[in-house]
Design a protein around this ligand. Structure first.
Ligand SMILES: C[S@@+](CC[C@H](N)C(=O)[O-])C[C@H]1O[C@@H](n2cnc3c(N)ncnc32)[C@H](O)[C@@H]1O
Length: 253
């Protein structure tokens, strides 16, 4: 998937805040083994490592473009590897993942897999966008289903695999997890205008659409998307209330 670190970093502070809020949910400890799933540019991996004394931290991502950035944050005991989340190996005291797991389907199966990689008493903590009912998502789906894009995008998932809050709690409970926390937070971003919303989405939600359409058709998609966004939000500034789900749970000792 052609992730573009520069595009992703255009809204750096807005994107970092939930990742930092997730780091604050990580239980402290000495000499922990830690993995960051879908580490992207590695900035948060480094911040997580800085907070955990003597930790051995591995950031994994399947995008070589993102990893090229991430490697600038490598140091002793902070490593980055190209690997898919589906293919993780080993056990960890802390599994952290910010804004990445929503790209994977079947979260009940995914959580089962991730819990099996926790050491006894280890913690899984992740954050995923839960914006599927926001008008921006509706507009994106409408443009995806419109001509001439519908055929090329027919097999793209039209929604995130993100579960409802209570479903995460149930799934984790059924897996025997302890200290389960599930919460939703709305980040009320104030951004310049409708075009800025399109720019934001270019860094994340539109990445697989660009991949499916190719650059030329993607430009046409972007024009149609911008036009719809401008009709919905003609003014400036625009409030973009971004919903995010935070989940944390511990493996039994
Ligand atoms: C929105 S970025 C988040 C990056 C970072 N965690 C952050 O918060 O800044 C999502 C990242 O997940 C990675 N990703 C998506 N699906 C993945 C998968 N199945 N395996 C590994 N990485 C994946 C992408 O390459 C991308 O770098």
């Amino acid at each position: 998937m052609p992730w573009d670190p520069d595009q992703y970093e255009r809204f750096r502070e807005e994107r970092l805040q939930p990742g930092r809020d997730l780091i604050a949910m990580i239980e402290a400890g000495d000499g922990l083994s830690v993995i960051d799933l879908g580490c992207g540019t590695g900035r948060l991996t480094r911040e997580l490592a800085d907070r955990l004394p003597h930790a051995d931290v591995l950031g994994i991502d399947r995008s070589e473009e993102m990893l090229a950035e991430a490697r600038q944050h490598a140091r002793d005991a902070v490593r980055f590897e190209r690997r898919a989340i589906e293919d993780i190996e080993g056990t960890y005291d802390r599994i952290y993942s910010n804004a990445a797991l929503h790209w994977l389907p079947d979260h009940p199966a995914l959580l089962k897999q991730l819990m099996s990689h926790l050491a006894p008493g280890g913690q899984l903590a992740f954050q995923v966008p839960s914006n599927s009912r926001h008008p921006i998502t509706r507009i994106r789906h409408e443009v995806m289903r419109s001509e001439p894009f519908a055929d090329a995008l027919a097999n793209r998932p039209s929604d995130y695999g993100v579960l409802d809050l209570h479903e995460y709690a149930h799934v984790l409970f059924d897996l025997g997890a302890e200290a389960i926390q599930v919460r939703e937070v709305v980040y009320p971003h104030v951004i310049e205008d409708a075009d800025a919303i399109a720019e934001w989405q270019k860094g994340t939600a539109l990445v697989p659409i660009r991949e499916a359409l190719g650059n030329e058709s993607f430009d046409a998609f972007l024009d149609a998307f911008r036009e719809r966004l401008r009709a919905e939000w003609p003014g400036s500034p625009v409030l973009f209330p971004f919903r995010r789900t935070f989940v944390s749970a511990r493996a039994p000792i």
